[in-house]
Structure formats: structure tokens, C-alpha cells
Design a protein around this ligand. Structure first.
Ligand code: GLN
Length: 236
């Protein structure tokens, strides 16, 4: 009998942070999970709800408007220790745009208000004056050579810090700040990005990376070479 594998996703503030269908990222993880023979279950973890790092394999944190971010920012402080524990223990986390900003030190919103992040990653996000970065974006990851496509719409400009390397170098569009040619951040098994689209639907290979990493972490003694063969080349 083949063994049953289950992975648990925490959809952080899924009811408040879900710009441009970022929820689709979870659907894509479930879709490829099914192809790999894995049960992928997800649960929204929102305001006043506990995030327990041991309960989850993957966390997904979508983008959001400034107003929602200011509400989430306060609650997120109460989850800081468990999020840190999750990241330190190689949990997989996908953070988009507003979610990306809140994992860092702070975000200055369009009105100039400083919205605190939880600072588990070293980046910070400054304000642009009367401007947003909007449009299609294309980047290339230096380590894998993979090219990713997406759509960005953000006011904030992010500067990465200690231990963070970009998700990719910008080939078209703006990326983190429109100046240093970097887009997103990778830290341990955390993927941060400004890409909507949603990112995993347009860049299936990242969904595969996340699922394989999460499987290996949850079931360290098992062999996943079969799952690694799964074809993610279809496009939508
Ligand atoms: N409110 C943030 C900004 O404008 C994040 C936007 C988003 O998540 N799309 O930078």
C-alpha cells in the first residue's frame, strides 16, 4: 500500500489579504499536490486566531490594501514568535506584496503612516511619492535560471537585508524598488515577492519547489523522487 501524505497550509489572514486572487496560490498547491498523491489541506488563520508553527507545513500570506494591512499589522505582532519558529525550522512560506512587506521591519503606506512589520526578515519598505509600480513583470532567478512572469501593483519600495537574496533579477518591470534590479526575497524556505497573477499559477515550478521542500521537511525519511518527476510544464 502506498503511504498517505498530508500537508497543512495556513492561509494567513486569507479573509483580509487576498489581492488579485492570491487565493489561487493555494488552489495551485492543492492541484499539484493531488498530482503528487498528497492531501493538501488549508485553513485560514486570521485575527485573534492562533498560528502554531508545528501544525503547518506551508504558510501563504497574500497581498492587501493599506487599510487591511494596518489592521493585520497589529494582530501579526501576536503571531511573531510562532512565525519565527516556523521559519527557523524550515517551514515554507509564500508571502505576496503586502504580506511580504509585513514580514519585514516596517511599511510606510501611501499616506506616510508607518505600519510595523514583525521583523522576522530584515527588509523594510519605504514610501513612493504619488506613484505606484503597476504592470507586467518578468524576472530571472540566478541560481536556477528559471524565468518567472507576474503582475505587480505596489506603492511601497522594499530594500532587502541580511540573509535575503532576490527571487529574481528584473528583466521587465520594477521589482522591489525600481532601482537595484532585484525582485522579491528568498530566506531559508521563505519566498517573498510582489508578483500577483497569482504567482504559482503562472510559475508552476515554484509550486513544485514548495511542495517538495514541505514534503521533505515533514517526512524526512522518505524518498520523493517520484513526486519530483511530476510535470508542471502546462501553461494557462
Ligand atoms: N498596500 C501595499 C502597497 O501598495 C501592498 C499592495 C499589494 O499587496 N498589492 O505597496
Amino acid at each position: 500500500m502506498t503511504k498517505e501524505y498530508t500537508l497543512h497550509i495556513a492561509h494567513l489572514y486569507g479573509d483580509l489579504m487576498n489581492t488579485y486572487g492570491d487565493l489561487g496560490n493555494i488552489l495551485v498547491l492543492k492541484y499539484y499536490g493531488k498530482k503528487m498523491g498528497i492531501n493538501v489541506e488549508s485553513q485560514v488563520v486570521s485575527l485573534d486566531e492562533d498560528f502554531k508553527s508545528d501544525d503547518y507545513d506551508i504558510a501563504v500570506f497574500g497581498g492587501g490594501q493599506d487599510f487591511e494591512q494596518s489592521i493585520v499589522s497589529k494582530d501579526f505582532q501576536t503571531k511573531k514568535d510562532e512565525i519565527k519558529k516556523f521559519i527557523d525550522s524550515d517551514g515554507c512560506l509564500l508571502a505576496i506584496c503586502g504580506g511580504y512587506q509585513l514580514l519585514g521591519k516596517y511599511y510606510i503606506d501611501a499616506e506616510g503612516n508607518k505600519i510595523p512589520g514583525i521583523g522576522v526578515l530584515d527588509h523594510y519598505t519605504e514610501q513612493q511619492h504619488d506613484n505606484r509600480f503597476i504592470g507586467d513583470i518578468k524576472i530571472k532567478n540566478k541560481e536556477t535560471g528559471e524565468v518567472y512572469h507576474g503582475f505587480e501593483n505596489h506603492q511601497g519600495v522594499t530594500y532587502t537585508g541580511n540573509g535575503e537574496r532576490p527571487l529574481g533579477d528584473v528583466e521587465q518591470g520594477y521589482g522591489n524598488n525600481g532601482a537595484d534590479n532585484a525582485e522579491g526575497a528568498i530566506f531559508k524556505n521563505v519566498y517573498c515577492t510582489y508578483f500577483h497573477g497569482p504567482i504559482l499559477a503562472r510559475n508552476n515550478i515554484i509550486a513544485k519547489h514548495i511542495l517538495i521542500k514541505a514534503l521533505k521537511r515533514r517526512y524526512p525519511n522518505d524518498d520523493f523522487s517520484e513526486q519530483e518527476q511530476i510535470d508542471v510544464s502546462e501553461s494557462y
